[in-house]
Design a protein around this ligand. Structure first.
Ligand SMILES: O=C(O)CCC(=O)C(=O)O
Length: 240
């Protein structure tokens, strides 16, 4: 816990324990893990992703990209299990303790990595994701381990969450004609503020190696300001 701001930040003073992570998740719905991942692993995953996306771009330009990759590619993303490092998927390399133990305890069973785990690049603009709850989209309780591979929150889009111990699912009011599920299932800021209060909203800054862990019920969105001009690449690793 960051004693100055009362925000749930772990890892600044001592290694993150499973008990502290579970306690933060129960009390706030989210916890920022500062400097949790080895920056060289993060840099390596970023390089693999950029190389794979450049290959897909060439295939796309030649009209040869397999149809199953079209939706992800045009959204600037790839499934996380398609990025490998030394014979392991990026998801396997990132699921280090105490993440697995905390997910097992929060979910009440042995948690596994969901196929719905992505690496993506988001620029300020139409790629931004509106307020939503993952549990409404995935239809399962989960923990999201969200980690940027590039700095974000100041010049590049960050992430905003509503901190609360509550786990209720809120009403969604997105445009039903949208072809993006996350837009159809979006939640208004007004409802979030009415339900949890304005002070619940939190948008930390991040450096590569930091992560934000949050529950499937935690309301979140891409955090963007008019001052932001840079893209950001990040991973959403879901344990279900
Ligand atoms: O990366 C973002 O800006 C949004 C991520 C998100 O909404 C998610 O991981 O569910």
């Amino acid at each position: 816990m960051d004693t100055e701001t009362a925000h749930p930040v772990l890892g600044n003073e001592r290694p993150v324990s499973g008990a502290a992570l579970v306690s933060c998740l129960r009390a706030h719905g989210a916890a920022k893990l500062a400097g949790f991942f080895d920056p060289s692993l993060i840099a390596w995953i970023l390089e693999q992703f950029r190389t794979s996306m450049a290959e897909r771009q060439k295939q796309w330009d030649a009209g040869m990209l397999p149809r199953e990759h079209h939706k992800d590619f045009t959204g600037g993303s790839m499934r996380l299990d398609q990025v490998t490092i030394d014979g392991r998927t990026a998801g396997e390399a990132l699921t280090r303790e105490p993440l697995q133990a905390a997910a097992d305890e929060m979910l009440g069973h042995s948690a596994r990595r969901s196929h719905s785990s992505y690496i993506r690049t988001i620029s300020p603009g139409p790629e931004e994701l509106p307020f939503h709850q993952d549990q409404t989209l995935v239809e399962s309780a989960l923990l999201n381990i969200w980690l940027p591979l590039t700095p974000c929150g100041t010049d590049a889009p960050g992430l905003e969450v509503a901190l609360t111990p509550k786990t209720e699912l809120l009403a969604t009011t997105g445009p039903q004609e949208s072809n993006r599920l996350v837009e159809r299932k979006q939640i208004t800021r007004e409802l979030i503020v009415d339900t949890f209060g304005e002070r619940a909203l939190w948008h930390p800054t991040f450096e590569p190696g930091d992560a934000l862990v949050f529950r499937g019920s935690t309301v979140h969105r891409t955090y963007v300001t008019e001052a932001m001009t840079e893209p950001r690449t990040s991973i959403e690793l879901r344990l279900i």
